[in-house]
Design a protein around this ligand. Structure first.
Ligand SMILES: Nc1ncnc2c1ncn2[C@@H]1O[C@H](COP(=O)(O)OP(=O)(O)OP(=O)(O)O)[C@@H](O)[C@H]1O
Ligand SMILES: [Mg+2]
Length: 247
């Protein structure tokens, strides 16, 4: 998952998409590919690990020692922001043998387009773009897309995050024209997402019947090549009743 710009929601969406896919029966591994700003573990309340991805990259540990199986169902490979020694070029060959039996391996990339991001893209077969619906963010996303294309990776599409439906936001048509990718999801900006982060519970678990969770689940269905489901009236009502103060 890449965005170009920082703070677009890569980590939040990676954590939530992982849990959504896992809830849909998939075997999921989430890798923290943002070594200099490692924070996927915090989204799950995973405390300090004796062994992290950094040790694996440095050849000091086996990947199986660094992977934590979380109660949410996903496996997590956390990095450690405190110990990063610039070994990102080892990412692909350090983990590749472990990936075979997983249905989905999601890598949370850093912002920008430097070595860390390149290592994350190089390790991936496909790339998912994330952006705010604002011009500066979209322009940076275009930079990330270019990088992925130069590296011959398939782009799965663009997920818009923190959508507020404000008039100032760039409209779909213009987003498509600028980034030239399909918009495969629109996740609203919502306090439920931030509350989930504070409670260390991805929003799809914290508020499963919320607008944000439905939007993320829909992306998970789309990634699997399925039509997102139509929720029963009762669930839609529950979602609307929870949605009183979105921001
Ligand atoms: N859909 C959302 N609704 C409300 N707040 C959100 C949403 N998505 C993300 N946020 C907020 O934005 C913050 C930044 O998100 P996140 O850390 O996922 O971005 P990032 O792209 O991974 O950033 P970085 O580039 O620094 O790694 C979150 O901590 C959260 O407060
Ligand atoms: Mg992040």
């Amino acid at each position: 998952m890449v965005s170009g710009k920082g703070g677009a929601g890569k980590t939040t969406l990676t954590a939530n998409l992982g849990v959504a896919l896992s809830n849909q029966g998939e075997d999921v591994l989430i890798i923290d590919g943002n070594f200099t700003g490692a924070n996927i573990a915090q989204h799950f309340g995973v405390g300090f690990q004796d062994v992290s991805l950094n040790d694996v990259l440095e050849g000091d540990a086996y990947i199986t020692q660094a992977v934590a199986k979380h109660p949410e169902g996903v496996s997590i490979l956390p990095a450690s922001v405190l110990e990063f020694n610039g070994q990102e070029q080892n990412l692909k060959h350090s983990i590749v043998d472990f990936l075979g039996d997983k249905d989905f391996v999601l890598i949370d990339a850093a912002a920008g387009t430097d070595d860390e991001v390149q290592a994350a893209i190089e390790t991936s077969d496909e790339v998912l773009l994330v952006s705010h619906p604002e011009l500066p963010a979209l322009t940076n996303t275009l930079g990330a897309k270019k990088l992925a294309e130069e590296m011959d990776r398939e782009i799965l599409g663009l997920v818009m995050n923190m959508v507020r439906d404000e008039k100032s936001e760039v409209e779909h048509e213009d987003i498509k024209e600028l980034v030239d990718e399909e918009i495969i999801g629109e996740v609203p900006e919502h306090k439920h997402v931030r509350e989930g982060i504070a409670l260390r519970k991805p929003v799809v678990s914290y508020k499963p019947d919320s607008r944000a969770s439905y939007a993320i689940e829909d992306v998970a269905h789309t990634l699997k090549g399925r039509e997102p489901p139509k929720r029963p009236l009762q669930k839609r009502l529950k979602m609307r009743l929870q949605d009183v103060s979105p921001i």
